[in-house]
Each structure stands twice: as structure tokens, then as C-alpha cells.
Design a protein. Structure first.
Length: 267
């Protein structure tokens, strides 16, 4: 069941809006240290956006702000706003658990639960109140198919997820996120620890998924960003230096610092 169907939306305008994101003069602090400075950008729905820039420039901080994971760290604060489908993610009546269902997250290092493949994927739906076995079976199969791993694991769903290869575990983690029906999927360096073949499978998977949901990927791999994203945001020292279509960012950047990073003169 997709996010659009689950929310009862109808008509093309509603479908097109699902998964759009806008940051409005967003700043973020860890204690006294400012990590993000006045970030403003609009992420279109049903697209892949790459966040690039040197280590420590604020990419992951911005990503983790979108599902409010950063709030688990003591002493943080923010100014400005981030809106999902036109509505602030910081509004007082927002259910943060519901937000994290809408905004899935996949981390740099795959982190399957020490459970079976089936239980990994069904964990979220069960927490959210789905108990019927037939419905869970359908969700597990659908999510594994969407993550392009069903054919590899369909005969061993009761085996430990830890028995899978690294690339398979990462795709399992994507399936686990998809099982909650997100409209936005965040990935923080999802292929940095994978071999080239597994990396290619992840990139192909993201390309297939962008017709269903919005995707944002933090990556240090500029070739990967150029290959797989529709839009690119270049961060440097907590600032958003440039944002635009990936082809233009990589071939005709408007800012000198963007050109210097893209061409390897620093970073």
C-alpha cells in the first residue's frame, strides 16, 4: 500500500505533491556549534537528490533533521523550518513517530536486526498495528520485491538477516524502510562500504524507486551523484553553496567553490 493510497489522496495534484520537501532558512546547532546556516531549497517529489560536499559540511545533519533524528541528541536546537508536502515537520501537533513512517531512513552501515529476514521487514508494520498474517506476508513480499531482493531471499525468509552479504543486507534495510509506506526515503552514504557490483544494484534500485517516492542521498562519490541523481545540492562548511539539476551542477556550476569541488581542487 503506497503512501498516497494510505492517506486517501485523489487526483493528479495530490499525487504529485506527495514527497515534496522545502527547507526555509533552516539553521541547526549542536550546543554552541552551528552545523547548518540558513539552508533554503526545494526538493521536487518523485526525484533523486544527491547531497555532496566534504566531510563535516552538514550533509548528514541536514538529512537527519528531516525526520528529526537529531532531536535525540542533547543540547541541539534549530531555527527556520522544513516542510514536507507544504506542512512544517516541527509543528506542535505533529506525531514524530508518524513522521518517521513517512520519512524512511537507511544508514551508511547496514543495520539489520538480529532477526529473520521476514521479521526484519515486518517489524515496522507490526509496531504500527498490522497483525494479520496474510497482510504481513503480502507486505513483506511487496517490500522485498520493491527492494529488488525477493528472488534472492524468498526461499530463506526464516533465516537470519545477518547471513546475507553486505549488499543484500543494505537492500534488506531499504525493504524494511519501504514496508512502512514512506513518501520520502533518506539514505546516508548507502553504498560507501559496498563493492562495485553491489553499488550498481543499489543505484539501479534507487532509479526504479523514484517513480514511487522521493529520494535524498548523501554521498562522497561524485561519480555516483552524477550517474544516479536528478538534482544535486553542494554543501560546504554548513552552507548550501549551490543547488540545481545534476547535469548543470557537474558541467556548468554557477559558483566557483562548486567548480573547485567537482573538479577535485579541494575536498
Amino acid at each position: 500500500m503506497t503512501a498516497a493510497v494510505r492517506r486517501g489522496d485523489s487526483g493528479p495534484s495530490a499525487a504529485e505533491a506527495i514527497g515534496s520537501l522545502e527547507a526555509r532558512a533552516f539553521s541547526f546547532w549542536y550546543g554552541k556549534k552551528q552545523a547548518l546556516k540558513d539552508i533554503s531549497l526545494q526538493i521536487p517529489a518523485r526525484s533523486i537528490t544527491a547531497l555532496i560536499g566534504p566531510s563535516g559540511c552538514g550533509k548528514s545533519t541536514f538529512l537527519r533533521s528531516i525526520n528529526r533524528l537529531n532531536e535525540l541528541i542533547p543540547g541541539v536546537r534549530h531555527e527556520g523550518d522544513i516542510c514536507l508536502d507544504g506542512s512544517s515537520i516541527f509543528r506542535r501537533d505533529l506525531d514524530v513517530v508518524a513522521l518517521r513512517q513517512r520519512v524512511g531512513m537507511v544508514f551508511q552501515r547496514w543495520n539489520p536486526f538480529p532477526k529473520s529476514i521476514y521479521d526484519n521487514v515486518s517489524y515496522g508494520p507490526r509496531i504500527n498495528g498490522i497483525t494479520a498474517r496474510a497482510e504481513l506476508d503480502e507486505l513483506v513480499e511487496t517490500s522485498l520485491r520493491r527492494a529488488a531482493i525477493w528472488d534472492e531471499v524468498k526461499d530463506r525468509l526464516r533465516q537470519s538477516a545477518l547471513s546475507l552479504s553486505g549488499g543484500q543486507q543494505q537492500r534488506l534495510c531499504i525493504a524494511r524502510a519501504l514496508a512502512n509506506g514512506p513518501e520520502l526515503l533518506l539514505l546516508d552514504e548507502p553504498a560507501s562500504a559496498l563493492d562495485p557490483i553491489a553499488t550498481q544494484k543499489i543505484e539501479e534500485l534507487l532509479y526504479e524507486l523514484k517513480s514511487e517516492l522521493t529520494i535524498m542521498v548523501v554521498t562522497h562519490n561524485l561519480q555516483q551523484a552524477a550517474r544516479s541523481s536528478d538534482h544535486t545540492a553542494f554543501f560546504f562548511l554548513g552552507e548550501l553553496i549551490e543547488f540545481g539539476p545534476t547535469e548543470r551542477i557537474f558541467t556548468r556550476p554557477l559558483q566557483e567553490r562548486t567548480d573547485a569541488y567537482i573538479t577535485g581542487r579541494f575536498g
